[in-house]
Write a protein that binds this ligand. Structure first.
Ligand SMILES: [Zn+2]
Length: 319
C-alpha cells in the first residue's frame, strides 16, 4: 500500500454491520455501525454496505485503496459468492458482484472468523508469527490455522471450522447434526443448553439459576451461566468444567497435529470465563507431546472486539 493510504474494513454480522477506515498501521480512523437489514435480503444488505463505504470514504483522511468484507458464512474458493450464511438466511449470494456495482474500490471477501485470524496475524497476537492457531469462542466456535506462513483454506475453502472437530465420540448433539463436537461443549449456545438440562434434572441444586431467571429455565443463556459460575454455583462449574476439558482435548489434538508456536483464544465467551485460557495452557502442557510444545505459548487475542473489523481491513491490505 502507498504511504498514507487507507483501507475500509466491513464486518457483516447477523445483527449489525460495522465498518471502519483503517490506516496501514492498523489504527481505526473512522467507524460506523448500523443494524443488519436481514429481512430486506441480499440486495438491501448490499445497499447498506455500499452506503457505509461511501460515507466512510468521504470521511477518510486519505485515499481508499480497497475494501475487505468479513462474512458470517462460507465463501466459494474464488472469493466471490457466499455459499451459505445461516444468520443472514443466505444461500449462494453473489456478494462480490453485488458490492462491486455499489463502490469503485478493489474488493475482497472472506469468512468472518478467518478474517479475524488475519487481523490477529497482521496487527495482534499473531504479528510476525508463521505458525499459530486462533480459536474464537462465541455463540458458535470457529477459527483459523496459519502454518508455515499460510492461512489454510482447504480444498473447498472451508478450513477453520474448528468448532466441529469431535472431542467425544457419541457426545452431546451439535447444530451440525454430528455429536460430541467442541462447539457442543464450549459454544455459548451449548453452555446454555447444557446448564438448562442439568437444572431440569436437578432442580434441588439449581436455586441460584432459578433465582437468576425467576424460575424460567428457558431464560438461561451463556451470560447467566457466567454469572452463576462467578458466584460459585455447582451446576455452572460442572458445565464450565466440561467445556474446559473439551477445549483441552481439542487443543492437544491441534498442537500435536500442527505444532503451532501460539494458540490464540478470543471471542465474547472468554469475558465470562477468563480462566479458560490458563486451564487450556496447563492442560495442553500436561497432555500434548513434549516435542510439540517446546515453543508453544497459549494466550488471549490482542485485538479483542476489533479483530473482525481490523481483519477485514487486513484482507483489503493483502496483495
Ligand atoms: Zn458440530
Amino acid at each position: 500500500m502507498e504511504d498514507g493510504h487507507c483501507v475500509i474494513g466491513i464486518d457483516l454480522g447477523g445483527t449489525k454491520v460495522e465498518g471502519a477506515v483503517v490506516d496501514g498501521g492498523g489504527a481505526i480512523r473512522q467507524r460506523l455501525c448500523v443494524p443488519t437489514d436481514v429481512k430486506g435480503g441480499a440486495e438491501a444488505i448490499a445497499d447498506q454496505i455500499g452506503a457505509m463505504v461511501k460515507e466512510l470514504a468521504g470521511q477518510a483522511p486519505s485515499p481508499i485503496n480497497g475494501v475487505g468484507v468479513g462474512v458470517p458464512g462460507q465463501i466459494d474458493p474464488a472469493g466471490e459468492r457466499v455459499v451459505f450464511a445461516p444468520n443472514l438466511n443466505w444461500n449462494d449470494v453473489s456478494l462480490k458482484h453485488d458490492l462491486a456495482q455499489r463502490m469503485p474500490f478493489p474488493l475482497h471477501l472472506d469468512n468472518d472468523v478467518r478474517v479475524a485470524t488475519l487481523g490477529e496475524w497482521r496487527f495482534g497476537a499473531g504479528k510476525g508469527i508463521d505458525n499459530f492457531i486462533c480459536l474464537f469462542l462465541g455463540t458458535g466456535v470457529g477459527g483459523g490455522v496459519v502454518i508455515n506462513g499460510q492461512l489454510l483454506k482447504g480444498s473447498s475453502n472451508t478450513a477453520g471450522e474448528l468448532g466441529h472437530m469431535v472431542v467425544q465420540i457419541d457426545g452431546p448433539p451439535c447444530t451440525c447434526h454430528n455429536r460430541g463436537c467442541l462447539e457442543a461443549f464450549a459454544g455459548g449456545w451449548a453452555i446454555a443448553r447444557n446448564a438448562r438440562e442439568l437444572v431440569k434434572d436437578r432442580p434441588e441444586e439449581a436455586s441460584l439459576f432459578l433465582e437468576l431467571t425467576k424460575g424460567d429455565i428457558t431464560a438461561i443463556t451463556g451470560q447467566v451461566v457466567a454469572e452463576a459460575y462467578q458466584k460459585g454455583d455447582g451446576i455452572a462449574k460442572e458445565v464450565v468444567q466440561a467445556a474446559s476439558e473439551a477445549l483441552v482435548a481439542w487443543a492437544v489434538s491441534m498442537v500435536n497435529g500442527f505444532n503451532p508456536q501460539r494458540l490464540i483464544l478470543g471471542g465474547g465467551l472468554l469475558k465470562g470465563f477468563p480462566n479458560l485460557v490458563e486451564e487450556i495452557d496447563q492442560g495442553v502442557r500436561q497432555k500434548a507431546l513434549s516435542a510439540a510444545i517446546s515453543q508453544l505459548q497459549v494466550m488471549a487475542t490482542a485485538l479483542q472486539g476489533n479483530a473482525n473489523l481490523l481483519g477485514a481491513a487486513a484482507l483489503a491490505l493483502q496483495p
